[in-house]
Design a protein around this ligand. Structure first.
Ligand code: FAD
Length: 476
C-alpha cells in the first residue's frame, strides 16, 4: 500500500516535529516518522531532547539544586530542619513524568494540526519514496514531494571506553541511575558533562571530570569560563584539564563493579577507580539504516548530512535539519531550522540567524552566552570595548541569596554595536533572551543603556554591564 503526502519528515525530535507541524499549518499533507523507544519499551515523539536530553536533565538539575540549596543556603534564610532526605526513586519518577507530559503533548499537537504521526523506522528509497516500518505491523511505502531528514544524533561511543550500559554509560544512562554512585568519573567537561556532574555531585557523588583540552569551556569568554570554573570547583566538582584518557577497565563481579580509568596528565600516567563512568565526549549524526548514502545524499567528512543555506541536500526533494546537519547541537537551533525549512517549502524567504544562537549550561550558577566572546571578537579583527558587572551588587540576587557571577558585554568600538554577551550567574538563561534579541536587532550599547530595567531584578546587572562599557555604571 502506498500513502501519498506532500511532506514526510523522518525523525520526530526538536528538528522533525516542528517541521511537520509548520508544514501542516501551511497546508501541506504531512507525516512524521519517529523511531524512538524509551527504556520501558514505550515509543515517544520528542527525540533526544524530550526523552533523554534537555528535559530530563533539567528536571534532575532542578531537584538536585533544591537539595543543594537546602543543605547549603537555607540556613541563611533562618530556616532549619533535619528531616529532609533524598528519595531518588521519586526524583526519577518526577523526571520521567515531566518528559512524558511533554512527549504526549506532541501527539496532541499532531492531532490538532493534522500531522500523521507514525511510530517506527523510516528508510529513504529514492524517487520521493520512504519506507515506514512500524514498531509492530507491516511495512508501508509513503511517497512525498518533499522528504526531510531530521534523524538527530547519538552519543559518541569511544573504542577505549566502550559503553556497557551499567558501569560505563552515556548521557542517557547517566540520567537513569537508580542509586547515587559514591564515586563518579566523567570524560568530557563540555555542557553535558558539567550538567550531569553537577546533578550527581549535588546528590553526593564524589565527582571527577577528566577533560583532554587544556582550557575549560573554550567557547565561552575566558573571563566568564574562569569564574564558572572557580564556582564549580568550590561546589566540589573536581575538574581536571589536560587529562587525556587512555582507557577504562570494568572490574569486579555481581553487585560490586567498578571502573578503572587510565589517563595522562602533566606528563604522568595516572589511574583512578570509580563506581560509574559517564562518557560525554560529543555526539554523532544518526544515519544508520536510513539508506541516505545509497540514494546519493552527500555527507561531510564527519558523517553529517551536507546541506545548502536552504537545507537542501544534493538530492532534489530531500532536505535535512537539526543535529544531523551539525553546527550547534541545540534543540532551539533544530526547531528554528525546521520551521524555516517548512516556510521555504511554502515559498517564503525565511532564514536562521546563526550569529545569535543562545547557549546555556544549567548549572548553579548558570553559564549563558550568545554572540562573540572578547577573544573571538578580537580574532575577527574588531576593535573591541567591553563592560562587566557583578551580581554581588544586585539587590534581587542578594535577596535570593545568590549574589554570584558576572555579566560581560562585548561591543564594537567603531559602531557601538553589541557583538556578544557572556554571563555566569543566577538564572542567566532567562536574561539571555534580552541579549539574543539585541543581537537580532543589531542593538548598540546606547540602545541598551537607554532601556529601563525593572528594580529589583537580575536584569539590572545586564544594564549595569552595558553602562560599564563606557564607564558610566552607577552601582559597580
Ligand atoms: P534528536 O532529538 O536526536 O531526534 C531525532 C529523532 O529521530 C529521534 O527520536 C530518533 O529516534 C529519530 N530517528 C533517527 N533515525 C530515524 C529513522 N531512520 N527513522 C525514524 N526515526 C529516526 N539542547 C538544548 O538546546 N538545550 C539543552 O538543555 C540540552 N540539553 C541536553 C542534555 C543532554 C543530556 C543531551 C544528550 C542533549 C541536550 N541537548 C540540549 C541537545 C538536544 O537534545 C539536541 O540538540 C536535539 O535533541 C536535536 O534535535 P534533533 O531533532 O535534531 O535530534
Amino acid at each position: 500500500m502506498t500513502d501519498q503526502y506532500d511532506v514526510v519528515v523522518v525523525g520526530g525530535g526538536p528538528a522533525g516535529y516542528p517541521t511537520a507541524i509548520r508544514a501542516a499549518q501551511l497546508g501541506f499533507k504531512t507525516a512524521c516518522i519517529d523511531a524512538w523507544i524509551n527504556k520501558d519499551n514505550t515509543p515517544a515523539f520528542g527525540g533526544t531532547c524530550l526523552n533523554a536530553g534537555c528535559i530530563p536533565s533539567k528536571a534532575l538539575l532542578e531537584s538536585s539544586e533544591l537539595w543543594h540549596r537546602m543543605q547549603h543556603e537555607i540556613g541563611a534564610h533562618g530556616i532549619s530542619g533535619s528531616d529532609f532526605k533524598v528519595d531518588l526513586d521519586k526524583m526519577q519518577a518526577r523526571k520521567t513524568a515531566v518528559s512524558r507530559q511533554l512527549t504526549g503533548g506532541i501527539k496532541q499537537l499532531f492531532a490538532a494540526n493534522k500531522v500523521t504521526g507514525l511510530e517506527g523506522f523510516g528508510k529513504l528509497l529514492g524517487d520521493g519514496k520512504v519506507e515506514f516500518t512500524p514498531h509492530s505491523g507491516d511495512k508501508q511505502v509513503l511517497t512525498a514531494k518533499h522528504i526531510v531528514i531530521a534523524t538527530g544524533s547519538s552519543p559518541v561511543n569511544l573504542k577505549i571506553t566502550p559503553f556497557d550500559d551499567e558501569t560505563i554509560v552515556d548521557s542517557w544512562g547517566a540520567l537513569d541511575f537508580t542509586e547515587v554512585p559514591k564515586t563518579l568519573g566523567i570524560i568530557g567537561a563540555g555542557v553535558i558533562g558539567v550538567e550531569l556532574g553537577s546533578v550527581w555531585s549535588r546528590l553526593g557523588s564524589k565527582t571527577v571530570i577528566l577533560e583532554a583540552m587544556p582550557s575549560f569551556l573554550p567557547m565561552v569568554d575566558a573571563a566568564i569560563s574562569k569564574e564558572a570554573l572557580r564556582h564549580f570547583t568550590k561546589q566540589g566538582l573536581d575538574i581536571r584539564l589536560g587529562a587525556k584518557v587512555a582507557g577504562a577497565k570494568v572490574k569486579g563481579g555481581k553487585g560490586g563493579k567498578t571502573v578503572e580509568v587510565e589517563y595522562e596528565m602533566g606528563g604522568e600516567t595516572k589511574k583512578e577507580t570509580f563506581d560509574k563512568l559517564i562518557v560525554a565526549v560529543g555526539r554523532r549524526p544518526n544515519t544508520d539504516g536510513l539508506n541516505a548514502k545509497e540514494i546519493g545524499v552527500a555527507f561531510d567528512e564527519r558523517g553529517f548530512v551536507k546541506v545548502d543555506a536552504n537545507y537542501k541536500t544534493n538530492v532534489p526533494g530531500v532536505y535535512a535539519v537539526g543535529d544531523v546537519i551539525g553546527g550547534a547541537m541545540l534543540a532551539h537551533k533544530a526547531i528554528e531550522e525546521g520551521v524555516a525549512l517548512a516556510e521555504q517549502l511554502h515559498g517564503e524567504h525565511t532564514q536562521v540567524n546563526y550569529d545569535a544562537v543562545p547557549s546555556v549550561i544549567y548549572t548553579m550558577p548558570e553559564v549563558a552566552w550568545t554572540g562573540l566572546s572578547e577573544e573571538q571578537a578580537k580574532a575577527k579583527g574588531f576593535d573591541v570595548k567591553v563592560g562587566t558587572a557583578p551580581f554581588a551588587a544586585n539587590g534581587r540576587a542578594k535577596a535570593m541569596e545568590q549574589p554570584v557571577g558576572t555579566i560581560k558585554i562585548i561591543a564594537d568600538k567603531k559602531t557601538d554595536r553589541v557583538l556578544g554577551v557572556h554571563m555566569v550567574g543566577p538564572y542567566v538563561s532567562e536574561l539571555l533572551a534580552e541579549a539574543v534579541l539585541g543581537l537580532e536587532f543589531a542593538a548598540t550599547v546606547e540602545d541598551y543603556a537607554l532601556t529601563m530595567h525593572g528594580h529589583p531584578s537580575l536584569a539590572e546587572t545586564f544594564h549595569e554591564a552595558v553602562l560599564s562599557v563606557d564607564g558610566r555604571a552607577i552601582h559597580a
